[in-house]
Design a protein around this ligand. Structure first.
Ligand code: PLP
Length: 406
C-alpha cells in the first residue's frame, strides 16, 4: 500500500517543511538577480558603483528596521540566524562578565545555535539555568521572574519554537526583564514574517532573524541590538557593519532579504488566515488516528505548524514513506545530526523517548490548497496504519505487554 509512488516529480511534491527552509519568493529572486547584474560594487568603495551598492544596503537596513519597529542603526546583517544568536549571546555574556554577572537564563527547547553557545559559555565559567517548558510548549513568565538573580546578565527565550511552533509570551517576559534590568534576547527566526513582532512593544533588547525562513535567500540574516548595547565581534577585519561584523556585505542577498521580509509582513494577515484554517483541518484529521497526540498548544502556535506524535512507529520511516507519496515533511528525531536521539524539544515538553521517536512535523506553506490538505491527512493516516502493521512495539502495545501512553 505504501510502496506506490504517486509519480509526482520533485517539482510538484507537497512541500511541508517550511520551518527547515522556504522557497525564495519571485520578488526576492528578481531583486537578487537585478542587484547581481547591476549593483555589484563593494559598498565600501568611494566611487559611484560602490556608493550605489551602499545606498541599496542602507535602504534594506531601513526596510528591515521599520518592519520590526527598530531604528536602522540597531540592525546588523549577518550570515543567518545561527550567527546572530551566537553574536548576541556572546555580547551579553561579555557585558555581564565585566560587571561580575555570569548567570544566563534560557529554556530547554531553544535552537542549538543558542543551546550550544550556552554550553560553551558554561565551560568558560558562566552559570546557565535552562527553564522547564511545560507540556503545552509554553514558558511561564513568572518562572522567568523567579529565576532572575542579582548576577543574571541575560535572558534568552525563542519567540516561536521551530519544532512545535508554540509562540511564547515574549512581551510579558520582556517586561519582566526590563523591570529587573536584565538584557532580553529572543531568537525570532521562526516568527519574523509569520507573526507580528515589534521590538518596542515586545520589550526586546536583542533579536535574531534569518531570511531563508521567510522566502528570502539562505546565508543572510540580521540581529537587532537596542541602541546603546555594545556588541562583541565574532569576525574581526574591516569596518563593515559599524565595525561589529567584518567582511564585505552580501548586498544582493541582504536587499533580497529585505524585499522578502516586506512582502511576508505585508501579506501576513491574509496568509495567516488561510494557514490557520488549513493547519486546524490537518490537526483535526490527524487527531482521528488512534494513540496520537498533537505536540504543543493548539492555539498559541505558528499558523503553519502541525506536530504530532504517533505511538508505535519511527518518525524516520514515516518521513520516507510520506516522501514516496509526494509529501516532504520532517521529524523531530534524528533530523540533522544523523543520531538516533529523539528531539530535545519533545523531551523538554515531557514526551518519553519511545513516543518522541514517532513524531512528525508538517510546516505548511501559504500556497497550500484544500486538495493538498486532504491529501496530507489521507497519506499520514495510511502510512501510520501501514507502519504499525509491522511494528514490534505496536504489537506489544496491542497485546497488552506494554502500556499505551497516548
Ligand atoms: C533556522 C533557525 C535558526 C538558524 O538559522 P540559520 O539562518 O539557518 O543559521 C535559528 N533559530 C531557529 C529557531 C531556527 O528555526
Amino acid at each position: 500500500m505504501c510502496s506506490y509512488n504517486k509519480g509526482r516529480g520533485h517539482i510538484d511534491m507537497i512541500y511541508a517543511d517550511n520551518a527547515a527552509t522556504t522557497k525564495m519568493s519571485k520578488t526576492a529572486i528578481d531583486t537578487m538577480v537585478a542587484l547581481m547584474n547591476e549593483e555589484w560594487g563593494n559598498p565600501s568603495s568611494l566611487y559611484s558603483r560602490g556608493q550605489k551598492a551602499k545606498e541599496a544596503l542602507e535602504t534594506a537596513r531601513e526596510t528591515v528596521a521599520g518592519l520590526i519597529g527598530a531604528q536602522p542603526n540597531e540592525i546588523l546583517f549577518t550570515s543567518g540566524g545561527s550567527e546572530a544568536d551566537n553574536q548576541v549571546i556572546r555580547s551579553a555574556a561579555e557585558l555581564g562578565k565585566k560587571k561580575g554577572k555570569m548567570h544566563i537564563i534560557s529554556t530547554a527547547f531553544e535552537h542549538h545555535a543558542v543551546l550550544h553557545t550556552l554550553a560553551k559559555l558554561e565551560k568558560e565559567g558562566f552559570d546557565v539555568t535552562l527553564l522547564d517548558v511545560h507540556e503545552d510548549g509554553l514558558v511561564v513568565p513568572s518562572e522567568v521572574e523567579d529565576a532572575i538573580r542579582d548576577d543574571t546578565c541575560l535572558v534568552t527565550i525563542m519567540f516561536a519554537n521551530n519544532e512545535i511552533g508554540t509562540i511564547q509570551p515574549i512581551r510579558e517576559i520582556g517586561a519582566i526583564c526590563r523591570e529587573k534590568g536584565v538584557l532580553f534576547h529572543t531568537d525570532a527566526v521562526q516568527a519574523i514574517g509569520h507573526v507580528p513582532v515589534n521590538v518596542v512593544d515586545d520589550n526586546i533588547d536583542f533579536l535574531s532573524a534569518s531570511a531563508h525562513k521567510f522566502h528570502g535567500p539562505k546565508g543572510v540574516g540580521f540581529l537587532y541590538a537596542k541602541k546603546g548595547i555594545r556588541l562583541t565581534n565574532l569576525i574581526e577585519g574591516g569596518a563593515q557593519e559599524r565595525g561589529k561584523r567584518a567582511g564585505t556585505e552580501n548586498v544582493p542577498g541582504i536587499v533580497a532579504a529585505a524585499a522578502a521580509m516586506k512582502e511576508a509582513c505585508e501579506s501576513m494577515d491574509e496568509h495567516a488566515k488561510h494557514l490557520v484554517a488549513a493547519r486546524d483541518k490537518i490537526i483535526a484529521g490527524l487527531e482521528e488516528i488512534p494513540h496520537s497526540a498533537l505536540n504543543g498548544d493548539p492555539i498559541r502556535r505558528l499558523p503553519s505548524n502541525v506536530n504530532f506524535c504517533f505511538e508505535g512507529i519511527e518518525g524516520e520511516s514515516l518521513l520516507l514513506l510520506l516522501d514516496q507519496k509526494g509529501i516532504q515533511a520532517s521529524s523531530g528525531s534524528a533530523c540533522t545530526s544523523g543520531s538516533l536521539d529523539p528531539s530535545h524539544v519533545l523531551l523538554a515538553i515531557g514526551r518519553i523517548h519511545d513516543v518522541a521517536h514517532g513524531s512528525l512535523r508538517l510546516s505548511i506553506g501559504e500556497d497550500i490548497t484544500d486538495a493538498e490538505v486532504d491529501e496530507i491527512i489521507e497519506a499520514v493516516k495510511d502510512v501510520v496504519a501501514y507502519l504499525r502493521g509491522f511494528s514490534p512495539i505496536w504489537r506489544d502495545l496491542m497485546a497488552g505487554k506494554k502500556e499505551f501512553i497516548l
